[in-house]
Design a protein around this ligand. Structure first.
Ligand SMILES: [Zn+2]
Ligand SMILES: [Zn+2]
Length: 245
Protein backbone atom coordinates (compact mmCIF):
# COMPACT_ATOMS: atom_id res chain seq x y z
CA UNK A 1 0.00 0.00 0.00
CA UNK A 2 1.44 3.38 -0.86
CA UNK A 3 1.52 6.24 1.56
CA UNK A 4 0.30 9.17 -0.47
CA UNK A 5 -0.72 12.09 1.76
CA UNK A 6 -4.23 12.08 0.26
CA UNK A 7 -4.59 8.43 1.21
CA UNK A 8 -3.48 9.17 4.74
CA UNK A 9 -6.03 11.96 4.87
CA UNK A 10 -8.71 9.59 3.63
CA UNK A 11 -7.85 6.99 6.25
CA UNK A 12 -7.78 9.72 8.87
CA UNK A 13 -11.24 10.85 7.88
CA UNK A 14 -12.59 7.32 7.96
CA UNK A 15 -11.36 6.34 11.40
CA UNK A 16 -14.12 8.07 13.27
CA UNK A 17 -12.10 11.10 14.36
CA UNK A 18 -13.70 13.63 12.07
CA UNK A 19 -16.35 14.67 14.59
CA UNK A 20 -17.16 18.28 15.04
CA UNK A 21 -16.86 19.61 18.58
CA UNK A 22 -20.12 19.47 20.54
CA UNK A 23 -19.40 22.87 22.08
CA UNK A 24 -17.92 25.06 19.33
CA UNK A 25 -18.50 23.05 16.10
CA UNK A 26 -14.79 23.18 15.15
CA UNK A 27 -13.22 19.93 13.91
CA UNK A 28 -12.65 17.91 17.08
CA UNK A 29 -9.66 15.82 15.89
CA UNK A 30 -10.11 13.48 18.87
CA UNK A 31 -11.80 10.12 19.37
CA UNK A 32 -14.78 11.91 20.90
CA UNK A 33 -16.69 15.00 19.73
CA UNK A 34 -14.82 17.65 21.72
CA UNK A 35 -11.97 19.83 20.46
CA UNK A 36 -8.78 20.17 22.52
CA UNK A 37 -9.39 23.85 23.28
CA UNK A 38 -12.89 23.19 24.63
CA UNK A 39 -11.65 20.17 26.58
CA UNK A 40 -8.97 22.29 28.24
CA UNK A 41 -11.55 24.96 29.06
CA UNK A 42 -13.73 22.53 31.04
CA UNK A 43 -13.66 23.14 34.81
CA UNK A 44 -11.34 20.24 35.68
CA UNK A 45 -11.23 19.45 39.39
CA UNK A 46 -7.55 19.16 40.31
CA UNK A 47 -7.50 19.86 44.04
CA UNK A 48 -10.12 18.11 46.11
CA UNK A 49 -10.87 16.13 49.29
CA UNK A 50 -9.58 12.57 48.90
CA UNK A 51 -12.82 11.18 50.35
CA UNK A 52 -15.70 13.36 49.11
CA UNK A 53 -14.01 15.26 46.21
CA UNK A 54 -15.00 18.62 47.68
CA UNK A 55 -12.95 21.31 45.90
CA UNK A 56 -10.07 22.40 48.18
CA UNK A 57 -7.26 24.95 47.79
CA UNK A 58 -4.61 22.18 47.90
CA UNK A 59 -4.35 18.61 46.61
CA UNK A 60 -3.91 15.50 48.76
CA UNK A 61 -6.03 16.60 51.75
CA UNK A 62 -9.18 15.42 53.52
CA UNK A 63 -11.77 18.14 54.14
CA UNK A 64 -12.78 19.17 57.67
CA UNK A 65 -16.17 17.50 57.44
CA UNK A 66 -14.77 14.12 56.31
CA UNK A 67 -12.08 14.29 59.04
CA UNK A 68 -14.69 15.00 61.69
CA UNK A 69 -17.20 12.43 60.51
CA UNK A 70 -15.90 10.06 57.80
CA UNK A 71 -18.63 9.31 55.24
CA UNK A 72 -19.99 5.78 54.72
CA UNK A 73 -18.50 5.71 51.19
CA UNK A 74 -14.79 5.32 50.56
CA UNK A 75 -14.13 7.74 47.71
CA UNK A 76 -15.91 10.07 45.32
CA UNK A 77 -14.55 10.41 41.78
CA UNK A 78 -15.61 13.56 39.93
CA UNK A 79 -13.56 14.92 37.02
CA UNK A 80 -15.12 18.39 37.14
CA UNK A 81 -16.36 21.26 39.28
CA UNK A 82 -20.03 21.95 38.79
CA UNK A 83 -19.25 25.20 36.95
CA UNK A 84 -19.63 26.69 33.48
CA UNK A 85 -19.94 25.19 30.93
CA UNK A 86 -20.38 21.83 32.60
CA UNK A 87 -23.49 22.90 34.53
CA UNK A 88 -25.08 23.89 31.22
CA UNK A 89 -24.06 20.62 29.55
CA UNK A 90 -25.51 18.54 32.40
CA UNK A 91 -28.70 20.57 32.37
CA UNK A 92 -29.08 20.14 28.58
CA UNK A 93 -28.54 16.40 28.98
CA UNK A 94 -31.07 16.08 31.82
CA UNK A 95 -33.76 18.53 30.90
CA UNK A 96 -33.52 18.91 27.11
CA UNK A 97 -32.88 15.25 26.32
CA UNK A 98 -29.52 16.03 24.70
CA UNK A 99 -28.19 12.52 25.07
CA UNK A 100 -25.05 12.94 22.94
CA UNK A 101 -23.82 15.46 25.53
CA UNK A 102 -24.46 12.92 28.30
CA UNK A 103 -22.64 10.31 26.31
CA UNK A 104 -19.67 12.60 25.73
CA UNK A 105 -19.39 13.37 29.46
CA UNK A 106 -19.71 9.66 30.31
CA UNK A 107 -16.94 8.89 27.82
CA UNK A 108 -14.63 11.45 29.43
CA UNK A 109 -15.51 10.18 32.92
CA UNK A 110 -14.72 6.66 31.66
CA UNK A 111 -11.29 7.78 30.39
CA UNK A 112 -10.64 9.50 33.71
CA UNK A 113 -11.55 6.33 35.63
CA UNK A 114 -9.49 4.14 33.32
CA UNK A 115 -6.50 6.36 34.02
CA UNK A 116 -7.08 6.13 37.79
CA UNK A 117 -7.36 2.30 37.62
CA UNK A 118 -4.00 2.24 35.86
CA UNK A 119 -2.58 4.32 38.71
CA UNK A 120 -3.78 1.77 41.26
CA UNK A 121 -7.32 2.79 42.20
CA UNK A 122 -9.29 -0.47 42.62
CA UNK A 123 -11.87 -1.38 39.96
CA UNK A 124 -15.37 -2.05 41.31
CA UNK A 125 -17.28 -5.31 40.68
CA UNK A 126 -20.52 -3.50 40.01
CA UNK A 127 -21.95 -0.12 38.98
CA UNK A 128 -25.17 0.97 40.73
CA UNK A 129 -26.96 4.03 39.30
CA UNK A 130 -28.90 6.17 41.79
CA UNK A 131 -32.58 5.42 41.08
CA UNK A 132 -34.93 8.27 40.27
CA UNK A 133 -38.21 8.76 42.14
CA UNK A 134 -41.06 7.27 40.11
CA UNK A 135 -42.82 10.57 39.61
CA UNK A 136 -39.64 12.23 38.33
CA UNK A 137 -38.96 9.29 36.06
CA UNK A 138 -42.42 9.75 34.57
CA UNK A 139 -41.84 13.49 34.05
CA UNK A 140 -38.38 13.15 32.56
CA UNK A 141 -38.85 9.84 30.79
CA UNK A 142 -35.37 8.57 31.63
CA UNK A 143 -32.96 8.29 34.54
CA UNK A 144 -29.78 10.20 33.72
CA UNK A 145 -27.76 8.20 36.30
CA UNK A 146 -28.85 4.91 34.72
CA UNK A 147 -27.83 6.18 31.28
CA UNK A 148 -24.42 7.23 32.60
CA UNK A 149 -24.15 3.80 34.22
CA UNK A 150 -24.89 2.01 30.92
CA UNK A 151 -22.33 4.05 28.98
CA UNK A 152 -19.70 3.60 31.71
CA UNK A 153 -20.43 -0.11 31.85
CA UNK A 154 -19.65 -0.44 28.13
CA UNK A 155 -16.52 1.71 28.36
CA UNK A 156 -15.08 0.05 31.47
CA UNK A 157 -16.45 -3.49 31.00
CA UNK A 158 -17.98 -3.46 34.49
CA UNK A 159 -21.49 -4.79 35.05
CA UNK A 160 -24.17 -2.15 35.64
CA UNK A 161 -27.08 -3.32 37.78
CA UNK A 162 -30.18 -1.11 37.50
CA UNK A 163 -32.65 -3.16 39.53
CA UNK A 164 -30.70 -3.78 42.70
CA UNK A 165 -30.94 -0.34 44.25
CA UNK A 166 -34.55 0.82 44.54
CA UNK A 167 -36.34 4.01 45.43
CA UNK A 168 -38.97 3.13 48.01
CA UNK A 169 -40.51 6.50 48.75
CA UNK A 170 -41.28 9.60 46.78
CA UNK A 171 -39.13 12.38 48.20
CA UNK A 172 -39.56 16.08 47.49
CA UNK A 173 -36.84 17.64 45.27
CA UNK A 174 -33.62 18.06 47.25
CA UNK A 175 -32.32 21.24 45.61
CA UNK A 176 -33.83 23.76 48.00
CA UNK A 177 -33.26 21.88 51.26
CA UNK A 178 -30.39 22.32 53.69
CA UNK A 179 -28.22 19.33 54.67
CA UNK A 180 -30.27 18.43 57.74
CA UNK A 181 -33.55 18.52 55.82
CA UNK A 182 -31.96 16.45 53.04
CA UNK A 183 -30.88 13.75 55.49
CA UNK A 184 -34.34 13.61 56.96
CA UNK A 185 -35.87 13.57 53.49
CA UNK A 186 -33.72 10.63 52.40
CA UNK A 187 -34.07 8.38 55.41
CA UNK A 188 -35.54 5.11 54.18
CA UNK A 189 -35.90 6.48 50.65
CA UNK A 190 -33.76 3.64 49.23
CA UNK A 191 -33.80 -0.14 49.54
CA UNK A 192 -32.01 -3.14 48.05
CA UNK A 193 -33.83 -5.75 45.98
CA UNK A 194 -31.31 -8.38 47.04
CA UNK A 195 -29.23 -7.78 50.18
CA UNK A 196 -27.17 -10.97 49.93
CA UNK A 197 -25.70 -10.12 46.52
CA UNK A 198 -23.80 -7.16 48.01
CA UNK A 199 -21.80 -9.12 50.57
CA UNK A 200 -18.06 -8.62 50.09
CA UNK A 201 -18.54 -6.68 46.84
CA UNK A 202 -16.87 -3.49 45.73
CA UNK A 203 -19.53 -1.24 44.22
CA UNK A 204 -19.53 2.18 42.57
CA UNK A 205 -22.66 4.29 42.89
CA UNK A 206 -23.31 6.41 39.78
CA UNK A 207 -24.89 9.88 39.83
CA UNK A 208 -24.64 13.00 37.70
CA UNK A 209 -23.75 15.63 40.31
CA UNK A 210 -22.66 15.36 43.93
CA UNK A 211 -23.91 18.35 45.92
CA UNK A 212 -23.98 17.82 49.69
CA UNK A 213 -23.32 14.09 49.40
CA UNK A 214 -26.44 13.27 51.42
CA UNK A 215 -27.88 10.93 48.76
CA UNK A 216 -24.52 9.16 48.39
CA UNK A 217 -24.28 8.87 52.18
CA UNK A 218 -27.80 7.37 52.52
CA UNK A 219 -27.09 4.82 49.79
CA UNK A 220 -23.62 4.00 51.10
CA UNK A 221 -25.02 3.31 54.59
CA UNK A 222 -27.51 0.90 53.06
CA UNK A 223 -24.82 -0.86 51.01
CA UNK A 224 -22.51 -1.02 54.03
CA UNK A 225 -25.28 -2.64 56.11
CA UNK A 226 -25.66 -5.25 53.36
CA UNK A 227 -21.96 -6.09 53.68
CA UNK A 228 -20.42 -4.22 50.73
CA UNK A 229 -16.64 -4.24 51.11
CA UNK A 230 -15.88 -0.96 49.37
CA UNK A 231 -18.19 1.77 48.11
CA UNK A 232 -17.09 4.44 45.65
CA UNK A 233 -19.21 7.15 44.07
CA UNK A 234 -18.66 8.12 40.45
CA UNK A 235 -20.21 11.35 39.23
CA UNK A 236 -19.61 13.96 36.56
CA UNK A 237 -19.30 17.00 38.77
CA UNK A 238 -18.87 18.10 42.36
CA UNK A 239 -20.26 21.35 43.71
CA UNK A 240 -18.33 23.57 46.10
CA UNK A 241 -19.74 24.24 49.56
CA UNK A 242 -22.75 26.57 49.42
CA UNK A 243 -21.54 30.16 49.19
CA UNK A 244 -18.14 29.20 47.75
CA UNK A 245 -17.13 29.71 44.14
ZN1 LIG B 1 -14.64 23.06 20.71
ZN1 LIG C 1 -14.42 15.53 52.23
Amino acid sequence: MNCQPWLKALVYNCTNINHSCSLCSALAEQRYPLCIACEQALPWLDEYCLRCALPLPMAGLICAQCSRRPPAYDQVVAPWHYGFPLDTLISRFKHNNQWPLGRLMAELLGLNLHHRYQEGMPRPDLLLPVPLARRRLRERGFNQAAMLGRWLSKALLIKCEERLLLRTRETPAQQHLDARARRHNLRRAFALADQASLKGRHVAVIDDVLTTGTTAQAIAQLLRQAGARRIDVYCLARTAKPGQA
